[in-house]
Design a protein around this ligand. Structure first.
Ligand code: PEP
Ligand code: MG
Length: 576
């Protein structure tokens, strides 16, 4: 029967697919014991499902190429090893043969046992590997369930899969996108989490906060994910499917219309030129940024290099990645952000401190980089070498006070001296900018401007710290709102101070790419936006319909709002 689950859109789009649940611990498995005469055939069924899961992983490996393959193979290897683990297999056989468990129940039991082992580990990284167990066992359970319904399986092969999960880690997102996943429905999470950012960058429709998803949806249910409306329709009707087809036609037509804007100037209705930059993480982002006429890269998140592999990337590995980015932008300016690990971005190499009580307020961003000068200097050398190939600016994340910028400048100076001694080519002086994402940095921005050549406002984090509301926690949706007056006033202040000091100010948080906020940001005086390249044409299109002078005149009223609801109503009346 048709059911509609409401959620919050994290990445727009629609998809029609077969549900794949990844919360095996919550699976409703048949717990009735087996009869003695069923044991052998059920064991054979279990082993067929294990073989299917192994085969799926092999096929997945064969399908991936290039950077995505490098990123994902590590997971595939870990999962394949787990599927062949003698202890796991012996345990499963014993549960079925001796305990008379049905295969699904045996898998769940083994999952719970292994999960308990991982959960008891002191090391948070190992503890987080529980997710691998979930994914592997989930894959086998899905294979087992598919054996029971050949008809659905045929359908599924045609329509692909929609992941139904509690949350999804950013590192798993690329893995799943490579396996032909069509979309994600998460029962918790927030549109400002890194997973959501990645979903947008992969063009995967994603819904978060769909509370009852795991209890309502079953494996193989047909799902119409409508992330345009913020809902997932379970067992869609013919009418839903017609709506989906209409959306597909409209999306294609809109895509063609927007494509004509790729080479258009970025200008408001009253003729004010605005600069649009791209946030980039992956090579595909660079190509898209160029194709859609970005003015450059406003934020290159280097931590993704560190999250993709177990050890630290070497100077040469980093140099190649940065140089390719610079070359890929063909002479347009590129802003490379130094390592921003910590909080929800824990690396596999172990730089991030373990066991911090409050990692979002801990040693993250530039604080972490300055704690490891050797690691940081390696990155700085790679950036300096890459900057010989085109215009590069350097952006420092999580700056709180001026001495951090002074320390980074000193490390750049030392790295230059070192490279010079080694007779390695050096670029001209690079501009050094500060991310404004800590309230202290925003409030004390004048002092920072004495040391920064430009500013980039990171509203994702600035909002979380100003509002004391975790950006990934959907229970705080009513607080974590970009229209909160306190945040708007800080934004206006930082933009005004940056302009007064004649320094560039861009904004690279998620609201920079959300056309619903374009008018607001213009009103506050912003002239440089940085966003995921998929948003460039939408924002350019929006800008062409907005009157800069009229919006600027509304700024004092907007800044007098007392609640985010008031600001929202006002903005709606101004921008229509
Ligand atoms: C931000 O905080 O707004 C930002 C752009 O940085 P990140 O999302 O990488 O934390
Ligand atoms: Mg940030």
């Amino acid at each position: 029967m048709r059911q509609v689950l409401a959620g919050t859109t994290a990445a727009k789009g629609m998809a029609l697919g077969r549900a794949r649940l990844v919360q095996p611990s919550r699976y409703l498995v048949d717990t009735r014991p087996l009869n003695e005469d069923e044991v052998e055939s059920e064991l054979a069924r279990l082993h067929r499902a294990l073989d299917t899961a192994r085969q799926e992983l092999r096929e997945l490996r064969g399908k991936l190429h290039g950077a995505l393959a490098r990123e994902v193979n590590e997971f595939i290897d870990a999962h394949s090893l787990l599927l062949d683990d003698p202890e796991l297999l012996r345990g499963l056989d014993d549960l079925v043969r001796i305990g008379h468990y049905r295969p699904g129940a045996a898998l769940k039991k083994q999952r719970d046992r292994l999960a308990a082992v991982f959960e008891a580990m002191d090391d948070p990284y190992l503890r987080s590997r529980k997710e691998d167990v979930d994914q592997v066992i989930g894959r086998v359970i899905s294979a087992l369930q598919r054996q029971t319904s050949r008809e659905e399986r045929k359908l599924a092969a045609r329509v692909g899969e929609i992941l139904i999960a509690d949350t999804i880690a950013p590192a798993d997102m690329a893995h799943l996108a490579g396996s032909g996943l069509l979309g994600v429905v998460a029962s918790s999470g927030s549109p400002y989490s890194h997973s959501a950012i990645l979903a947008r960058s992969l063009d995967l429709p994603m819904l978060v906060g769909a509370r009852d998803a795991l209890s309502t949806i079953h494996d193989d249910d047909l799902i119409l994910l409508d992330a345009e409306r913020g809902e997932a329709v379970v067992h869609p009707t013919a009418q839903d499917l017609a709506h989906y087809r209409a959306w597909q036609r409209e999306a294609a037509a809109e895509g063609r219309r927007l494509a004509t804007l790729a080479n258009a100037p970025t200008r408001t209705r009253d003729g004010v030129d605005i600069r649009l930059f791209a946030n980039a993480e992956m090579p595909a982002d660079i190509a898209m940024a160029r194709a859609r006429g970005a003015d450059g890269v406003g934020l290159y998140r280097t931590e993704f290099l560190f999250l993709r592999q177990k050890g630290l990337p070497t100077e040469d590995e980093q140099f190649i990645a940065y140089r390719d980015l610079v070359l890929g932008m063909g002479g347009l300016p590129v802003t490379i952000r130094t390592l921003d690990l910590g909080a929800d971005k824990a690396d596999a190499a172990g730089l991030v401190l373990r066991g911090e009580d409050n990692p979002a307020l801990g040693v993250r961003g530039v604080r972490l980089s300055l704690r490891y000068p050797a690691v940081f200097s390696t990155q700085i050398r790679a950036i300096l070498r890459a900057a010989c190939y085109g215009p590069v600016r350097v952006l420092v994340p999580m700056v709180t006070q001026p001495d951090e910028l002074i320390a980074v400048r000193t490390l750049f100076k030392l790295a230059r001296q070192e490279l010079k001694r080694e007779n390695i080519d050096l670029p001209e002086k690079l501009q050094l900018g500060a991310m404004i994402e800590v309230p202290a940095a925003a409030i004390n921005v004048r002092a920072l401007l004495e040391h920064a050549d430009f500013l980039a406002i990171g509203t994702n984090d600035l909002a979380q710290y100003v509002l004391a509301a975790d950006r990934g926690n959907d229970a705080l949706d009513n607080i974590y709102n970009p229209l909160q007056p306190a945040l708007l006033r800080l934004l206006a202040y930082v933009i005004t101070e940056g302009r007064r000091a004649k320094k560039g100010v861009s904004l690279c948080g998620e609201i920079g790419g959300d056309a619903n906020f374009t008018g607001l940001l213009l009103a506050l005086g912003l002239c440089e936006f940085s966003m995921h390249p998929s948003q460039l044409l939408h924002v350019r299109d929006r800008l062409a319909s907005l009157d800069h002078a009229a919006l600027r005149a509304h700024a004092p009223r907007i800044l007098r709002s007392r609640t985010h609801e008031e600001a929202e109503a006002l903005l709606a009346s101004i921008t229509g």
